[in-house]
Each structure stands twice: as C-alpha cells, then as structure tokens.
Design a protein around this ligand. Structure first.
Ligand SMILES: Cc1cc2nc3c(=O)[nH]c(=O)nc-3n(C[C@H](O)[C@H](O)[C@H](O)COP(=O)(O)OP(=O)(O)OC[C@H]3O[C@@H](n4cnc5c(N)ncnc54)[C@H](O)[C@@H]3O)c2cc1C
Length: 489
C-alpha cells in the first residue's frame, strides 16, 4: 500500500509546526495532526476561533512569527486539528497513525506516512500532598492553559507554589489578569536561577522582568517554602505553607486563606507514543526520561523522529529549533538536497545545554514524602491512598507498573500522568536509597512502566470498528481536498 504522505507530524506546538513546515518547504507531502482545536501547543495556546484575548500575544513572545508559520503551513500541508492520536504503529517502511477526529461526534481515522515526527510535548509534574484532590487545586500549567486558551482567570485569591521558573510567568499572568496572587512559594529556594552561572547569563534578565511585574502587583516571592496541605470541604478554603530545610522537610508552618492553589514541580516529557513504537529512552541524572535522538532528531526506530519536549524539557525556542532540524533530516533521508546548517545545530546544542542546566537548578528534593499521610490520595483518578501504595511495595512492587497492578494507582482516566512520578519514586525510592529524590537508579522501571497500547481514551465501539475499517472518509473539519500524496525521493 502506498502511504498517504511522506511525513506525518503529531503535535502542533512550536516543534511540530516547525518540523512540518520545514518538511513541506523541502517539497514533502506532509500531514500534521493535533488533538487541540487550534495549533499552538502549550506555549502558543490561543483562544478557540471566535474568542479574542484583550491583549493578544501578551502571554506569548513570538506569537506573530508562529502565526505566520501556521498560515504558511496551512497552504502547504494538511493540518488536521481536533485529531487525538491514540496509537501509532510501523510496518516495514510505513507508519500508521490512528486517531479520533472531530469535536463532539468523534470518528476513527487512520493516516499512513513514510516517516513520522513525534512532537507531543510535556505535561505538568505535580507532587501529592493532603488535600491536593480538592476543587480549587490545580497545576500551574492548567492555570496558564485556562488563561491562554479559555480566557479564564483560575481564581480570585490564588497561591502559586512548587518549583521552577514557570511559576513566575504563571503568577505574573494571573496577577495581570486581575487575580489577587497571595504569594509565589518556590520550594527550591529564591536563587534557583542565579545559583548557576550559565543560567545567570541566559535568563536573569527575564527573571528580573517577571520579578518587576510581581513587585508591581505586590506579589511576594518566597524561597524554600511549599504548600504541604490544602484544606476545605467542597472546595479549597486555605492552605498550609511550610518553611523547608534543604531536603524539603517542613521546619515551620502557617496557614493562608485562598480559593485557588496553582502547584507544580516542573514538566515531564510525554512518552506514550514513542514508547508504543519501542523508541529508546534516556534518563537524565535524576531519573526523568526522554526520547533518545541523534543529531538529526532520529529516534532508535528507523523512520521515526522526535522533537521538542518529548526529547527533554527545554522550552519553546529549543522545541522550534529541534522541529526544524527534524524536518530537514526527514527531507534529507527521503532524498531531498538539504545543505547542512551548522548554525542551527549549534543553536540547538546551546539551548539544550541551557535546558540541562535549568533542570539541575530546580531539583525535586526527597522531603516531599514527609508531607504525606497514610490516607493521602496518591492516585486521584482511582482514589488510591499512600497506605495502598506502601502495601504494594511491601508485597514486592518495585516500580510504577507493579504498583499499578497491585493497587490500581495510575490505572484511571489520566493513565498515571499526574501520579506516575510520585508512584515511581515511592516504589523505587523505598528500596533504592536516595540521591536527590530517591530511587535515581530506577526511574519508574524504565520504558516498560509507560507502555500503553492505547494512548488516549477510545470508545470500545471505535476499537471494534477498526477491525472492519475501510479507507477513511474525510471527517468533519478535515480538508476537502485529497491527501497530499507522497513524493518520489
Ligand atoms: C500545561 C502546560 C502549559 C505550559 N505553558 C507554558 C507557558 O505558558 N510558557 C512557557 O514558556 N512554557 C509553557 N509550557 C512549556 C511548554 O511545554 C514548552 O515550552 C513548549 O510549548 C514545548 O513545545 P513542544 O512543541 O515540544 O510541545 P507542545 O507545545 O506541548 O505541543 C505538543 C502538542 O502535541 C499535541 N498532542 C499531544 N499528544 C497528542 C496526541 N496523542 N494526539 C494528538 N495531539 C497530541 C498537544 O495537543 C500539543 O498541541 C507549558 C507546558 C505545559 C505542560
């Protein structure tokens, strides 16, 4: 069977759009699929068509350039928004992408291509604490997504907590949008960015910019503090904030009344689809996993490329550079003449080094386990408390996958995206001793712990229908013209 396209790109953030556009400009037949109703990914998330922010672009630098890229891409490739990819496969030289298309009435659709670029980004990393399942508690990424994508301010009296530089734009954005931000509580200490000389060179000006905006709104920024408990009945009413020691053990506490808490500890690469294909992963020194790629963003699986935060968390600018490199590599591998671009490669290396340094400046310390009680829910979807996770470990579970089998932790709607980090640390850390967050040697038992044949919720009827699947008709919202055919190369 001749594949529908030369290149299928999954993910319409900075990495995916850059990769698809680069491939299309090189003459490839390209399709880009994204679950969201509009291109943009996390950084360039925009309101749905028909809604307009009061100050478009105020929350994203470089939006005009990205919009031009999207417009250019729309004229050169098939852009399928509202397409949730739930499975990818590879047979010989053809990759198969199975997705559900459409807003309300989703229909199954299958796309085939000669090459696949996975650019599915990252997701928030929350840590559990008593009360984190209360309405009003959300992640900083979710607060930012509400603001950027839905033009909704998450709450009136907001506490922002966790670790990492992302807390700053979230707090600044919420304050500028009218929320009363009661404080930013950085568990890692005030000087995260300044501690690393390399970082100081790269990000200090940006950090000072956010600092000035927070000062304008009288938002205090406190180091070595964390929210260790959220309180309320039907909704959040107040939080317990603790002063922490070096390892994040609480040394003193106080409570603060609020209706919203945005709390998160950085990001984790989204790996479902690369793991389905068997792409090799690498762990950084602290156990966070990402797809292994070569200098052309090729994964270990022939014909499959990865770019952006699936290859490691590093921000939108790095994601775009990697997308361009991947698009060029695909074109070259399909026989197009692509002159080397050493400047782009050096830029990627510089940005990737910066991202690594950023990760080192904001580690998760082991003391968070001391915030937990026996009845603290670790997996919110399946309501699995710490006691059940401990029981699983006592029964011999040594990783997230075996804890899941014994306790159901990670088996719910989010498929472990929210609790996976904590579960793997509680399992691995219990036996493996501590480095920075315990269990460094065994990051959730490696790729097997993440393997899911189905990456997105799918109706059983759709699954059953796959067996009798005919060549897919264009679903609602799909382009009217025939797929752009693969080209000879
Ligand atoms: C919730 C959240 C909010 C963030 N907000 C900011 C911010 O405001 N500022 C900032 O500097 N950084 C932010 N980041 C960091 C951000 O991830 C990067 O800076 C940048 O967006 C990464 O680009 P990317 O192209 O690698 O991935 P992304 O921009 O994340 O794009 C990935 C795309 O893949 C799509 N996708 C994922 N899985 C599937 C699937 N199975 N099927 C179809 N489509 C799929 C998603 O819909 C998304 O559009 C945020 C991260 C998260 C998780």
């Amino acid at each position: 069977m001749t594949p529908d396209y030369d290149l299928a790109v999954i993910g319409g953030g900075p990495a995916g759009v850059a990769g698809a556009l680069t491939g299309a400009l090189a003459g490839l037949g390209v399709v880009l699929l994204d679950a969201a109703p509009r291109l943009g990914g996390q950084y360039f998330r925009r309101p749905a068509p028909g809604f307009r922010a009061a100050r478009p672009g105020a929350l994203h630098r470089g939006l005009d350039r990205f919009t031009r890229q999207c417009d250019d891409l729309a004229g050169r490739a098939d852009v399928l928004t509202g397409h949730r990819v739930w499975a990818v496969g590879r047979d010989g030289g053809t990759v198969t992408v199975r997705c559900l298309a459409g807003d309300r009435e989703e229909r199954p659709r299958t796309v085939t291509a000669r090459r696949l670029l996975i650019a599915t980004g990252a997701h928030d990393r929350p840590l559990p604490f008593p009360g984190w399942d209360l309405p009003g508690v959300l992640t900083p990424g979710a607060a930012q997504a509400l603001l950027k994508g839905d033009l909704v301010v998450a709450g009136r009296r907001v506490v922002v907590a966790g670790t990492g530089p992302f807390l700053l734009p979230v707090a600044a954005g919420l304050a500028a949008a009218g929320a009363r931000v009661l404080g930013v509580h950085e568990a890692g200490g005030r000087g995260g960015l300044t501690r690393h000389p390399f970082l100081a060179a790269g990000k200090l000006a940006e950090a000072f910019g956010y600092g000035a905006r927070l000062a304008r709104h009288r938002v205090p920024y406190r180091g070595r503090q964390a929210v260790i408990e959220a309180h309320g009945g039907d909704a959040l009413t107040h939080v317990t904030i603790a002063d922490l020691d070096r390892d994040w053990r609480p040394v003193a506490t106080r409570t603060v009344a609020c209706d919203t808490l945005a709390c998160g500890y950085g990001f984790v690469a989204q790996l479902d689809l690369p793991v389905q294909l068997g792409c090799a992963l690498r762990a950084d020194p602290y156990g966070d996993l990402a797809v292994t790629v070569d200098a052309g963003m090729r994964t270990s699986v022939p014909g499959v490329y990865a770019a952006g935060e699936t290859t490691g968390v590093g921000g939108a600018v790095l994601a775009e550079a990697e997308g361009r490199i991947a698009g060029r590599a695909v074109a070259a591998d399909l026989g197009r003449r692509v002159p080397p671009d050493p400047v782009l490669s050096r830029r990627r290396d510089r940005l990737a080094a910066f991202a690594r340094a950023l990760g080192e400046a904001y580690p998760v310390r082991p003391g968070w386990r001391g915030w937990l009680r026996d009845d603290t829910l670790i997996c919110r979807c399946e309501e699995v408390p710490l006691s059940a996770v401990r029981e699983a470990v006592e029964l011999g579970a040594t990783d997230a996958r075996s804890v899941k089998s014994l306790s159901r932790a990670g088996m719910g709607w989010c498929q472990g995206r929210m609790c996976g980090y904590a579960v793997s640390r509680l399992a691995g850390g219990a036996a493996a001793g501590d480095s920075r967050d315990g269990g460094q040697a065994r990051p959730g038992a490696g790729p097997a712990a993440f393997h899911r044949p189905i990456a997105q919720p799918v109706r059983l009827g759709d699954l059953a229908g796959m067996a009798a699947e005919a060549p897919p008709p264009g679903p609602p919202g799909a382009p009217a013209e025939a797929p752009r055919p693969p080209t000879e190369g």
